[in-house]
Design a protein around this ligand. Structure first.
Ligand code: NAI
Length: 332
């Protein structure tokens, strides 16, 4: 039986993770090990995730996580996400962004792209310091890091039958860091003759993503750019809640919705669980339950396309549990 580590996280994570885990477990037999991590744990115990928690997660095949809140600014703790990505070297963050037939709030239809973001380097390397009134962050790009994420993106594109990889950078200004990323991406692209390759500057990418998101297929980029562009893309398809993600390393993977703990709606029972369902479907596929994972993803698509029962972020008035019951009726 596959072992899965569960982290409910904070805010709406506590509302959406338990019922989604129940659905996943009814589909594929999972041994669940639950740990607590995030802001609420930090308030209680003084640390957001402990060494013992990490030891428990060493034992599992995959981690399924809700959003964990991280206060902004100086003097607080390091984000649980950054800690987990670094600790397990989860270098590839895969974010599928699709229209799913959603009309409410969507700026464009027919969007179907995958954003693959380098997850352990770039501006999120955690090397920051200040001396008096000078504060500095170090943006780290290594040949090894760039090569493995670019190869991951091309291999992913090949496996999924995708046609094009767009490498997003700012090599005209960040000549060393983005320059290296682009150089390596170009080299790797030569190994994948059947897949079209293009590179694009990040600001132009943001504009084109709003004007013609249908033209993007697979995007590979550095940590901060990928973080921002994936929220932008989710805004175009209608809701941040439509984003699921996989954080993949060579030994382990972590799955979580893209959105945060949504303190403005936490406790109201109206959070949209779609990002968690998509992440769950991706996790089942990763664990070898290919058919079951695909079925979860198809049922998400059927539910959203019919659009009879939707949460308020998608223009409906359903509660989380009403949407989940409707979703279950779409499972075959
Ligand atoms: P957020 O994603 O929590 O919320 C942004 C907006 O989207 C809010 O209006 C919220 O109500 C809405 N929203 C988000 N998820 C939704 C859902 N499932 N259903 C319906 N509406 C939803 O972003 P915010 O407010 O910037 O961050 C809040 C906290 O979450 C912060 O502490 C941040 O550090 C954390 N966070 C954690 C992430 C993670 O653990 N993966 C990712 C992003 C933020």
């Amino acid at each position: 039986m596959k072992k899965v580590g569960i982290i409910r996280g904070d805010g709406i994570g506590k509302e959406i993770i338990p019922p989604v885990v129940e659905i996943l477990n009814s589909f594929a037999p999972l041994e669940i090990l639950e740990i607590e991590a995030g802001y609420s744990k930090w308030k209680k115990c003084g640390e957001a995730i402990s060494e013992e928690d990490l030891e428990i997660l060493e034992e599992v095949d995959a981690i399924f996580k809700g959003p964990t809140a991280t206060p902004s600014g100086r003097g607080t703790f390091r984000s649980v996400n950054v800690t987990l990505r670094k600790h397990f070297d989860l270098y590839a963050n895969v974010r599928p962004i699709k229209s799913y037939g959603v009309k409410y709030g969507a700026l464009r239809e027919n969007v179907d792209m995958i954003i693959i973001r380098e997850n352990t380097e770039g501006l999120y390397s955690g090397i920051e310091f200040s001396i008096g009134n000078l504060a500095q962050s170090v943006r780290v790009i290594t040949r090894r890091g760039a090569e493995r994420i670019c190869r991951f993106a091309f291999e992913f594109a090949k496996k999924e039958g995708r046609k094009k990889v767009t490498l997003v950078h700012k090599a005209n200004i960040l000549k060393e860091t983005c320059g290296l990323f682009l150089e390596v991406g170009k080299e790797v692209s030569k190994e994948f003759g059947g897949i079209e390759f293009e590179d694009m500057i990040v600001d132009a990418t943001a504009m084109r993503m709003v004007r013609s998101p249908e033209n993007f297929d697979v995007i590979v980029t550095t940590n901060l750019f990928g973080d921002i562009l994936s929220d932008l893309a989710l805004g175009i398809v209608g809701s941040l809640a439509l984003g699921g993600s996989a954080n993949i390393g060579d030994e382990k993977a972590l799955f979580e919705p893209v959105h945060g703990s949504a303190p403005d709606i936490a406790g109201k029972g109206i959070a949209n669980p779609v990002g968690a369902l998509i992440s769950g479907g991706m996790m089942l596929k990763y664990l070898g339950f290919e058919k079951e994972g695909e079925e979860i993803l198809n049922a998400v698509e059927r539910s959203l396309k019919e659009g009879k029962v939707l949460t308020p972020d998608l223009g409906g008035n359903a509660k989380t549990d009403e949407f989940l019951r409707y979703f279950e009726s779409k499972l075959r």
